[in-house]
Design a protein around this ligand. Structure first.
Ligand code: PEP
Ligand code: MN
Length: 351
């Protein structure tokens, strides 16, 4: 069993030694393993350890200490580890809380002209974050792999002109530094969902991370991946359900909306849904967006392309700007009924 101890009432000095001191107190109280220790100012000391409850001596900590039992696999991701929901700030746009964030754009950046057309179109309809991959993890090494650093340059320019924050995929830990100069959020794709060295690297930065669920990952495995980022100190994580592989070939993947409702109960992290990659079917993007909202998701990420037939990547699942417009028109009254407001770019991000 893991316990999370909040408000550890200890004299910690000198400051640099605080973590060691708390860890050793946790051990002397009976913890077999110390998983994480955080000191965020005087009142927010947090320690997580695996303990044998019968032998755990709470008196080793001060009177104001609060001990919560949390999941072993992902204690920092567990809802018990903090009061309330985590809200992640992505270039001035909040994901989580009472908002519902619509992220939209092409699967991949293909040219300055196409991303510009899409960015202005989705912004006009109420998207508040732009998506677009510069590095693409493709099933075949012969498929379009993305525009790479030229794509990042284009994303930077479009971010500056439209004011839309940008999310783009990172496929290699060595690219993190280059990406953070150009985009506001790094996406870890389904194929890298358990690339622990990449997750650890992202944990050492403070960049917001959109962590997709691997299409073969259980919920525990998905939350465990998020824990790799949080344990390094980066709490700016948004989870993304993007479909899992099932026996049925009718759709690209099977959208697991029950996982969204369950993860919202189990974790304080925001959860968004990717109906485009989950279904691969343009006619299902609008109904699955409404269903995601009803299931408690904090947002959606949608593939929109000006000419899906010529798209270099995932054209078969992209919707046209006019289909995105009618999706947003359907979404607004449902959001109101669910008491969620559709997040808009803040004034400071609007160019
Ligand atoms: C994507 O969003 O373009 C993508 C590759 O998604 P996933 O990792 O979910 O397949
Ligand atoms: Mn794609």
């Amino acid at each position: 069993m893991a316990v999370l101890i909040r408000g550890v009432d200890l004299e910690v000095s000198p400051a640099g030694k605080a973590n060691d001191q708390i860890a050793s107190t946790l051990r002397s109280a009976g913890a077999t393993t110390v998983l994480a220790v955080r000191v965020n100012g005087e009142d927010a000391i947090l320690a997580v350890g695996l303990v044998d409850h019968e032998r755990f001596d709470l008196d080793a900590f001060g009177r104001d200490t609060e001990v919560v039992t949390v999941a072993d696999v992902a204690p920092l991701v567990d809802r018990g580890s903090r009061a309330g929901d985590t809200v992640v700030d992505v270039g001035g746009v909040q994901i989580g809380g009472s908002g519902f964030t619509v992220i939209a754009g092409p699967c991949a950046v293909e040219s300055s002209d196409m991303i510009s057309r899409i960015a202005w179109a989705v912004r006009a309809e109420g998207a508040s974050v732009l998506r677009g991959g510069a590095f693409k993890p493709r099933t075949s090494p012969y498929s379009f792999q993305g525009m790479g650093s030229d794509g990042l340059q284009i994303l930077s320019e479009i971010r500056a002109t439209t004011g839309l924050p940008v999310v783009s995929e990172v496929v290699d830990a060595r690219d993190v530094e280059a990406l953070v100069d150009h985009v506001d959020m790094l996406q870890v794709g389904a194929r890298n969902a358990q690339n622990y060295s990449l997750l650890t690297e992202l944990g050492r930065s403070d960049v917001p991370v959109l962590l997709k669920r691997g299409f073969g990952s259980t919920i525990d495995e998905w939350l465990g991946s998020a824990e790799y980022i949080l344990v390094e100190g980066n709490e700016n994580v948004v989870l993304c359900e993007r479909g899992i592989r099932s026996f049925d070939p009718s759709l690209r993947f099977t959208l697991d909306l029950a996982a969204v409702a369950l993860v919202k109960q189990r974790s304080h992290l925001p959860v968004v849904v990717d109906p485009s990659h989950a279904t691969g079917a343009p006619n299902l993007i609008a109904p699955m967006t409404l269903a995601a909202l009803a299931a408690g998701a904090d947002g959606v990420i949608i593939d929109v392309h000006p000419d899906p037939a010529t798209a270099k990547c995932d054209g078969a699942q992209a919707i046209l700007p006019e289909q995105f417009r009618s999706l947003m028109a359907e979404l607004r009254p449902v959001a109101t009924a669910m008491r969620r407001w559709i997040a808009a770019p803040t004034l400071s991000t609007i160019a």
